[in-house]
Design a protein around this ligand. Structure first.
Ligand code: ARG
Length: 466
């Protein structure tokens, strides 16, 4: 049995230690469906090349159908001695079709071109799933942005109050990176849309098989251009791994904001009970575990990417067994994202903002100081001086423990005296509101209400075109 794949020149089977090390069915069995689809296409290629008669091809296809049924029902599964999914499936095929017919399928292909093709098929399918999940998350963020309407909040840089922004603007700032992640997946798919089948072990095949037809049957637009590259390239797997890691990081940054907003001190947002957890000891606790798990899992997604890159570095270019290590990294990423994204989207869809609190906090911390400076610029004061005058206002307010709008007309008049007549100075009050501040930022991409509406419409259009 253990001599099934390469018995001829060996006088013994693998040692148990080697078998245990070499074995990959515990993770690669999930490629079984794609392998059987590849086998069907390959059988037809053998038929067209005259290497299987019509009758043999019909029996081969029936045997593969039966194998698929047994795999689906669990009646057929890898056993201890199967090295990888391909070994197991060959054993299954021989059981069904017999050695004579079953033994013909392996002609003209190698596990090297086979596995390189399977990982592409599997990843393409899951990339589409992940893109769909990301679109659902984008939809949830857009819905929250629409619901947020005119609500303003403190915009921060360095985590310090900077300038008021619309809540919708802040939420939409997370939509664009996610849309780029989806675009990255779509763009990646164009490059991965080539089938390595026909590359053989590394040099191509001698049997006159038609790799173009196999590629078409497996949903690929074309065949890889170089058989060595076809079997050895994993940059495409690594590129997928980067997008998965980047997606994790983008979600982690949103998570961090939600975690902070959900603290008692901020109290900007409340998470729905169905998307929060409690504490086993502290009855009052309601924890943002989904956001924390997202933040935590981004570390693991990054680890999968860096592990894979480290595996690839220094590999000579043709198949080496190291390449078997590509799979667990991306399987883990896909499993992680496929379980994380639905929960994360549920949390985002159901969270509720405290608009009154956001509004009240928006202008505090002297967040309107830039507006004072820019108002002065509009009254002819050079920005360098305007910045200083506004800073002087902040200093007075800070000293008194009050906000900028609590300063008196006399305060403004004396502070601006070198540049403006006293009766003009108090006019600065017109910009001392967060809505005035927000709506003044009305250039393309700015936080003014109209611009944010425009932004939401653009994002929706992009989603529709995806
Ligand atoms: N299981 C291997 C992998 O996942 C494919 C088998 C290739 N083995 C070989 N000895 N050429 O990469």
């Amino acid at each position: 049995e253990h001599l099934a794949l390469w018995g001829g020149r060996f006088s013994s089977g693998p040692s148990p230690e080697l078998a245990r090390l070499s074995k990959s069915t515990q993770f690669d069995w999930r490629l079984a469906d794609d392998d059987i689809a590849g086998s069907r296409a390959h059988a037809r290629a053998l038929g067209r090349a005259g290497l299987l008669t019509d009758d043999e091809l019909a029996r081969m296809e029936a045997a593969l159908d039966e194998l698929q049924r047994r795999v689906d029902s669990g009646a057929f599964a890898p056993v201890e001695d199967d090295e990888d999914e391909a070994t197991a499936l060959e054993r299954g095929l021989l059981e069904i079709a017999g050695d004579e017919l079953g033994g013909k399928l392996r002609a003209g292909r190698s596990r090297n071109d086979q596995i390189a093709c399977l990982i592409r098929m599997w990843l393409r399918r899951h990339a589409r799933n992940i893109a769909r999940e990301l679109i659902a998350l984008v939809d949830a963020l857009i819905a929250q942005s629409e619901k947020a309407g005119h609500t303003v909040m403190p915009g921060r840089t360095h985590m310090q109050h900077a300038q008021p922004v619309l809540l919708a603007h802040q939420l939409m700032a997370h939509v664009w990176p996610l849309l780029r992640d989806i675009e990255r997946l779509m763009d990646w798919d164009r490059r991965v849309n080539a089938s390595p089948y026909g590359s053989g072990a590394l040099a191509g095949n001698t049997l006159g098989l038609d790799p173009e037809a196999v590629a078409r049957e497996l949903g690929f637009a074309r065949v890889t251009d170089n058989s060595i590259d076809g079997t050895a390239a994993r940059d495409l797997v690594a590129e997928f791994a980067f997008v998965a890691a980047m997606t994790g990081v983008d979600i982690s940054r949103l998570s961090e904001e939600i975690i902070i907003w959900n603290t008692q001190e901020f109290a900007f947002v409340r998470l729905d009970d169905a998307y929060s957890t409690g504490s086993s000891i502290m009855p009052q606790k309601k924890n943002p575990d989904i956001a924390e798990l997202a933040r935590g899992k981004s570390g693991r997604l990054i680890g999968d990417l860096t592990g894979l890159l480290a595996t690839l570095k220094g590999l000579p270019t043709a198949y080496a067994r190291d390449l078997q290590e590509d799979k667990e990294a991306v399987f883990d990423q896909v499993d992680t994202l496929e379980v994380l994204l639905p929960a994360f989207t549920g949390m985002v869809r159901t969270m509720r903002f405290d608009a009154d609190r956001l509004e009240a906090e928006a202008p505090t911390g002297f967040a309107l100081a830039t507006d004072i400076a820019e108002w002065l610029v509009k009254h002819g004061v050079p920005f360098r001086h305007a910045h200083e005058l506004s800073g002087a206002c902040v200093k007075i307010a800070e000293g008194r423990g009050c906000e900028l709008w609590d300063l008196t007309d006399d305060d403004f008049a004396s502070t601006f005296a070198a540049f403006l007549p006293a009766d003009e100075a108090k006019g600065v009050r017109e910009v001392l509101s967060s809505h005035g501040s927000v709506n003044a930022r009305n250039g393309k991409g700015g936080t003014a209400y109209g611009r944010v509406r425009e932004q939401i419409a653009d994002a929706k259009r992009q989603v529709e075109e995806m």
